[in-house]
Design a protein around this ligand. Sequence first.
Ligand code: URA
Length: 238
Amino acid sequence: MRLDKLLANMGVGSRKDVKALIKKKNVTVNDAVVKDSGLHVDTECDVVKVNNQTINFQQYIYLMMNKPPGYISATTDNRERTVIDLLPKAYQKFKPFPVGRLDKDTEGLLLITNDGELAHQLVSPKKDVDKTYYAKINGTVTDADIQAFRNGLTLADGYHAKPAALEILHADTVSEINITITEGKFHQVKRMFEAVGKKVVYLKRIKMGKLKLDPDLDVGHFRELTKEELALLDVQQS
Ligand code: URA
């Protein structure tokens, strides 16, 4: 790829900025000062430095966020704050997007990446990827609810939800549960509880596929996935 295009893509600056840096002899390829901004570079083997700093040609980013309430799972919005607004520019330049949607008031595990192929693997309805949520429910969750969820509930709009695994952690006037679903329909967990006459008052995703929310990641914080987590998601690492 052309050096000026590559550096502009990596967020070093506009093509004009990159040309200026090259003119000032601030860019090297394999330690040779570059004179031609149209020089072709091979990102697999060439070492490009700007102001003596090596440019990392990372194509994809993979971030785990503990989504805070009050943010929507979108890349841009005219009125609402989005989860992407929480990322510094250094990450935003990769054009990342959230994988799957959490409601504005839902917290927890959100994978943010620019790897469309991985996102497809995780959200395609055909893949039946497990998603586990911890929730607080207004009302006493019972064994009959477990059975109803296991059988597959019919929601208010007539949609037949696939079987879901409900685990009661604490049954009381406000119950605590974990629920694992394979679908990702709009307000799915909330609507499933409505179908058994109960209301979700707190919802947090704790697992998606094999990826678990890091318990040390504070609400509103994010970090890059570790090598081990990338391996769990079958992401090829170079
Ligand atoms: N189910 C819901 O109702 N809301 C979410 O945010 C995720 C799953």
